[in-house]
Design a protein around this ligand. Structure first.
Ligand code: KE4
Length: 434
């Protein structure tokens, strides 16, 4: 019996799950619909590994899509959660932990003078957008094709037919009216951004961007692109929102804004700050944040916002990532991985176009001859080859993101032996793909 044969536990669980949950999953990407096949139901995880319902071990390069940066089930994180849980799970009243978390975020991300904790990245970006609109009194927002900011209605939108035409919904159930103020532009296209601001800059409430994009595979913003964005927002009184839900504390301790030296007006955070439990946040300039209820007119709320057990996991994770040399080691692992995979492709003697890239603890794999810098470039990568590679590596016990347009993640527990094991598996796989 393999992990996907009809009598496997994965297959049985997937069949059962689909009876009571749409697609059998609680988040679409988990359903393997982009790569095909049977999703693995994870039973437990430890360090860089997790085990599926059939007891097969995988080297995990998803890390819960970013949160597991210190490795799965880190003893200090687990202990903090156990101790917090023993004091009660949720109170619906303020706690000291939330103050400690807010102070830590403001200390580590200097552009954040005040912060509000929420329970998901979607809530963080949705609230930041509402604040930008409330603060400017403007409706129009700019996002970029390929960037994902969660599933708030006005962000589920694809580019309109022309440069200045507003977006069209990408999801059922989103009325045209909900996206008619959303402009979708091309990532890393400075000239286009300048044209739009020249035409309507004074009516733009905000620009929201992933400063390092991880939802169209890994694509890094050019410094010129982010600099132009900052200059134009300042000139026109628009709010610059950095969605660092994924790249925050992932590409470096201060996030992408520290790496690029660009100061946004608002930042959305998530994933790492919860260490695997539901903590996200939005924050920025105090004069903006002061507009939030209960002291301001922009409403936002959440029953479990700042949940004490989740905050305990996040605070412990934030402590661990500040250990000396943490990001040097994390970056070195990601670099060793992408180098090892490229060498594996070359040593296998395959002429399959393949390259890889990394920044901090996140990486991208591209079945193409060059690393893409745009959404169109990413879409030109060979998805069929990726899917073939994905499943062959899964059979080898290596679990990459189940979609060609997702980024991957290492943890501090992915040491050189784990990376070498991955590269050796890749060499066997590339040789079979040739
Ligand atoms: P959540 O609502 O899923 O916590 O966060 C939404 C979000 C916002 N901003 C960025 C930059 C994000 O990457 C995300 C969520 N990332 C995806 C990974 N592609 C989560 C995985 C999933 O949807 O299951």
């Amino acid at each position: 019996m393999t992990s996907t044969s009809p009598d496997s536990n994965n297959a049985k669980l997937f069949a059962r799950a689909q009876l009571t949950t749409p697609g059998g999953v609680n988040s679409p990407v988990r359903a393997f619909r982009s790569v095909g096949g049977t999703p693995r139901f994870i039973e437990r995880a430890q360090g860089p590994y997790f085990w599926d319902a059939d007891g097969k071990r995988y080297i995990d390069y998803i890390g819960s899509w970013g949160p597991a940066i210190v490795g799965h089930a880190h003893p200090q994180v687990v202990q903090a959660v156990q101790e917090a849980a023993a004091r009660g799970l949720s109170f619906g009243a303020p706690t000291e932990g939330e103050v400690l978390m807010a102070e830590e975020i403001c200390r580590l991300v200097p552009s954040i003078e005040q912060v509000r904790l929420v329970s998901s990245g979607t809530e963080a970006t949705m609230s930041a957008l509402r604040l930008a609109r409330g603060a400017t009194g403007r409706d129009k927002i700019i996002k970029f094709e390929g960037c994902y900011h969660g599933h708030a209605d006005s962000l589920l939108v694809k580019a309109g037919s022309g440069l200045l035409t507003f977006g069209n919904p990408t999801s059922g159930g989103v009325p045209e009216d909900f996206v008619k103020h959303t402009l979708v532009l091309d990532y890393n296209n400075v000239e286009q951004l300048e044209q739009v601001f020249a035409a309507m800059g004074d009516s733009i409430a905000c620009v929201i961007v992933e400063p390092v994009a991880g939802n169209m595979n890994l694509i890094k913003a050019s410094a010129e692109f982010l600099t132009a964005m900052r200059t134009l927002c300042t000139k026109h009184g628009s709010v610059l929102i950095f969605d660092e839900v994924m790249c925050g504390f992932r590409v470096g301790l201060g996030g992408a804004q520290a790496l690029y030296g660009i100061t946004p007006d608002l930042t959305a955070l998530g994933k790492v700050i919860g260490g695997g439990l539901p903590v996200a946040a939005f924050g920025g300039r105090k004069e903006l944040m002061q507009k939030m209820a209960p002291i301001g007119a922009v409403y936002q709320a959440g029953t479990l916002s700042g949940n004490p057990v989740a905050v305990a996991a996040g605070l412990t994770t934030l402590k661990l990532i500040q250990e000396p040399g943490f990001y040097d080691k994390l970056s070195a692992s990601a670099t060793q991985l992408v180098t090892g995979l490229q060498q594996a492709a070359q040593e296998a003697g395959t002429d399959i176009p393949f390259c890889a890239d990394a920044i901090g603890g996140m990486f991208g794999l591209y079945f193409d001859r060059q690393i893409p810098a745009t959404y169109a470039g990413m879409m030109a990568c060979d998805k069929t080859r990726f899917n073939q590679f994905f499943h062959a590596m899964l059979d080898e016990g290596v679990y990459f993101a189940p979609a060609a347009f997702e980024a991957g993640f290492v943890s501090i527990q992915h040491d050189s032996a784990v990376i070498a094991e991955t590269a050796a598996a890749a060499k066997r796989v590339f040789a079979r793909m040739a």
